[in-house]
Design a protein around this ligand. Sequence first.
Ligand code: 13P
Length: 252
Amino acid sequence: MRSKIIAGNWKMNMNNKETKNLVKGIKKSIKRVQLDNTRVIVAPAYVNLTSAIKRAKKSNLEVVSQNMHQAKNGAFTGEISADMLKGIGVKTVILGHSERRSIFGETDAILAEKVNSALENGLEIIFCFGELLEDRKSENHFSVVESQLKNGLFHLDSMAWNQIVLAYEPVWAIGTGETASPEQAQEMHAFIRKLLQEKYNTSVADNTSILYGGSVKPANAEEIFSKQDVDGGLIGGASLNVADFTAIIKAI
Ligand code: 13P
């Protein structure tokens, strides 16, 4: 079901104590915000998921994972499986973040495996994708996004899309202070919805939430979220601060 979503991707920030404090702060501040059909999500580091989940109890705040490994189990030192996440009460996982793709070599094929493993374990997915600056400069941004979606997700049947949230994050806008303009975001989101319509049907196209990510701040959030095909944001830096994150939630 299409809903508005503000999700904070904390990346490799916040130790356990800081995580607890930040969850507590966000939990307190969203109590005062009217959240009509709006989900508020945070993604702390693996090691802090359990304490974040505990702290977020009895609130509307959802705690999700930033990643997972595609295998069921086995000799993958240092990795975490979907079943392990499920076992501690995680219901949603972010997959395909550009930092996972570029720094940790996650290919479309690996991501398709991760998608399958997450769904087999009943986890919802926030699937990230987006073009590099050079792709946009060479006007290949639509084809890059199309191939990331095709290769990572289009093997799924339409039913599976109940469990998918999309997050368009142009790589040139991540952590750079440079955002896509509201018009650029809307143009891409409308293109994505058209792809869903063509590959699946109107129901999948209309019911899939598509978030924008990349330097969303209190100062630009409202304008970006005002676009009709933008259903919310995946927020990095500004999600680490209660006041900024709350302002972004209010903007939607
Ligand atoms: P920033 O908001 O810091 O640009 O990060 C965006 C992001 O990567 C969220 O996943």
